[in-house]
Design a binder for this molecule. Structure first.
Ligand SMILES: [Zn+2]
Length: 174
């Protein structure tokens, strides 16, 4: 009798544990499959193989976005763009930056002080140059976009230094 009730207790205990585990797994699966914008809207993430990206992107886009390369300063199409509009990820189309946050950094790369939504980009540590920089990636497709530095203007003090080739400009329609 004692043994069997102990056994059922054990069953209850393990089943609770496994449902906790399932909840954690569900949350993890959601994190892996969607990004949640600040207004609660969910956008599905984009996963493609290297071969698929290679077929879809230009060689320069592939080098920067999938191999974390950098376009030469002052060569991109947007560092000197002063039109009003939004800048979307050129690989997956999610809007990343608004022209209202763009500023002239003098670096030769498009620079912004904030992303359009904090959840459309993610950050990673990059030690490639022998010191730590903060890499900026598209949260939807995982494409490398550039780096973020702490020497930007107000209100954030941040400078998102982004390769033009990762962006697709969408002008405002008035
Ligand atoms: Zn993207």
């Amino acid at each position: 009798m004692i043994v069997s009730s102990l056994f059922s207790l054990f069953l209850i205990f393990t089943s609770c544990k496994s449902s906790d585990k399932n909840m954690v797994l569900d949350q993890k699966m959601e994190q892996d499959s969607v990004i949640v914008l600040k207004d609660g809207k969910k956008i599905p993430k984009v996963y493609k193989s290297d071969a698929e990206w290679k077929a879809e992107l230009s060689p320069e886009q592939y080098n920067v976005m999938r191999e974390a390369g950098t376009e030469r300063a002052f060569t991109g199409k947007y560092y000197n763009n002063h039109e009003e509009g939004r800048y979307a990820c050129s690989a997956c189309g999610i809007p990343l930056f608004d022209s209202k946050t763009k500023f002239d950094s003098g670096t030769g790369w498009p620079s912004f002080y904030a992303p359009e939504d904090p959840n459309v980009v993610r950050e990673d540590k990059d030690n490639k140059l022998g010191y730590t920089r903060t890499e900026v990636l598209c949260a939807r497709c995982g494409g490398h976009l550039g780096h973020v530095f702490n020497d930007g203007p107000k209100p954030t003090g941040l400078r998102y230094c982004i390769n033009s080739v990762c962006l697709e400009f969408i002008p405002d329609v008035n």
